[in-house]
Design a binder for this molecule. Structure first.
Ligand code: IFM
Length: 443
């Protein structure tokens, strides 16, 4: 086995997707509370008001993690739970919740890894412009300061922001996520502020947490051209700039990719692109959320990138319509190592949604998800053999949860949640992962 001795095996979740208790114990409203309560925004009118009720059931959930033999657990902190207005007064009940969660994890022998921003921006900050307001860099630093002071004695692993691409572009350019804008200029500005906020938060983490291990998490895709034509090759390069390099280059090189600066042109007029050097603070790892590859065609009638994504026939797809492409994960991990030389790579999310059957005799049969994990973990192993410094792998997700605009319609968990009774039931993929971790860490 290629996995190094200190390799971390874990599972990931995010606050708004699992916690529930959205109006309890002083939690402030977040942009997803507002968005999900707006008719037509989320499938079936679902909201995260209750979600999996992890806020009240975290003891049971940590016990399940222990049963699975997880070595690490990646969760996110709900900014409006700990600072209801986003700035200023903290909420003691919210801070206590994360204290209790962390202590429970540590007493179960599970290493906590905390993400500071996984999309639940306080609505009070949205009312002041949210990620479009340059002041958010300071607001995010202050929040990071509070959290790292409070938990930094016990939590050493920190992720600043989860998937700025999705938070900025899906939320501000394509309107499919909160806060629901459809303005490419706004998407670019939000992304810029997220990258600056990441850089600023890294400095705060370094100051407040002894022996910190910190980085950002990006959703990255392997991009293939639909054909070998020059037009498609160039289109794939633009897509790569859009999804990958627009975020990776700033955090490693302190600059935006030149080809994309040119392509976005006047859409960047409100942004001082030179200040992006502040995003390049040395990281201990780059977090990668990997689900699929993208196959891209040139499309002169397409949106401003003039590209079009195609779905190859004959390939396998998950319920999200995402192609099964484990080999592309190997290619991606090797590419990141060769082009950017990160100190380490963490797979902070990897997983698949399938329409699972209901539990039968206390078990859910989900063979496709197990296959997904088998093939993707094997792909990680090949990347390590080829020199890529991958040191952690977290499945997405521990529990079925609120899948953003799809509500409860898409299940990613290795543990099934009955959203009526909130009962947890192990899936076969969870048992497979438990046995795999036991095998790979034995001896
Ligand atoms: O559920 C999301 C998660 O919040 C961020 N990464 C992708 C997952 C699946 O869509």
């Amino acid at each position: 086995m290629a996995f190094p001795k200190n390799f971390l095996w874990g599972a990931a979740t995010a606050s708004y997707q699992i916690e529930g208790a959205s109006r309890q114990d002083g939690r402030g409203e977040c942009i997803w509370t507002r968005f999900s309560h707006t008719p037509g925004k989320v499938m079936n009118g679902d909201t995260g008001d209750v979600a999996t009720d992890h806020y009240h059931r975290y003891v049971e959930d940590v016990a399940l993690m222990k049963e699975l033999g997880l070595q690490a657990y990646r969760f996110s902190v709900s900014w409006p739970r700990v600072i209801p207005n986003g700035t200023g007064t903290t909420n003691p009940a919210g801070l206590d919740f994360y204290d209790r969660l962390v202590d429970e994890l540590l007493s179960a022998g599970i290493i906590p890894a905390a993400t500071l921003y996984h999309w639940d921006l306080p609505q009070a900050l949205q009312n002041r412009g949210g990620w479009l307001n340059r002041e958010i860099v300071g607001w995010f630093s202050d929040y990071t300061d509070q959290m790292t002071r409070r938990l930094g004695d016990r939590v050493k692993n920190w992720i600043t922001i989860n998937e700025p691409f999705v938070a900025a572009f899906v939320g501000y350019t394509f309107a499919a996520h909160a806060p629901g804008y459809s303005d490419p200029r706004a998407g670019l500005l939000a992304a810029h502020h997220m990258l600056l906020a990441h850089g600023a938060a890294m400095q705060v983490i370094r100051q407040n947490v002894a022996n910190s291990v910190a980085g950002i998490t990006l959703n990255v895709s392997w991009v293939d051209p639909a054909t070998s034509s020059e037009a498609d090759v160039q289109a794939a390069r633009r897509h790569d700039g859009f999804v990958n390099r627009w975020f990776i280059d700033p955090v490693f090189k302190g600059e935006y990719p030149a080809d994309m600066l040119q392509l976005y042109g006047s859409a960047l007029d409100d942004i001082d692109v030179t200040e992006i050097k502040q995003a390049a603070v040395p990281q201990d790892f780059l977090g990668i959320n990997y689900y699929t590859r993208n196959v891209i065609k040139d499309d002169p009638n397409g949106h401003y990138l003039k590209t079009h994504e195609i779905k190859p026939e004959g390939a396998g797809y998950t319920q999200m319509g995402w192609e099964l492409a484990p080999g592309s994960l190997t290619q991606l991990l090797v590419r990141l190592h060769q082009e950017y030389a990160p100190k380490a790579l963490w797979i902070t999310e990897n997983g698949a949604a399938y329409p699972d059957p209901d539990p039968v005799n206390g078990m859910v049969a989900d063979p496709e998800r197990t296959d997904y994990f088998k093939t993707h973990i094997a792909a990680v192993e090949v990347a390590i053999q080829q020199g890529s410094p991958v040191t952690a792998y977290f499945v997405w997700s521990l529990l079925d949860n609120f899948e953003w605009a799809y509500g409860y319609d898409r299940r990613f968990g290795i543990i099934h949640v009955d959203f009526k009774t909130l009962k947890r039931t192990m899936k076969r993929s969870g048992l497979w992962y438990r046995d795999y971790i036991a095998k790979v860490t034995a001896g």
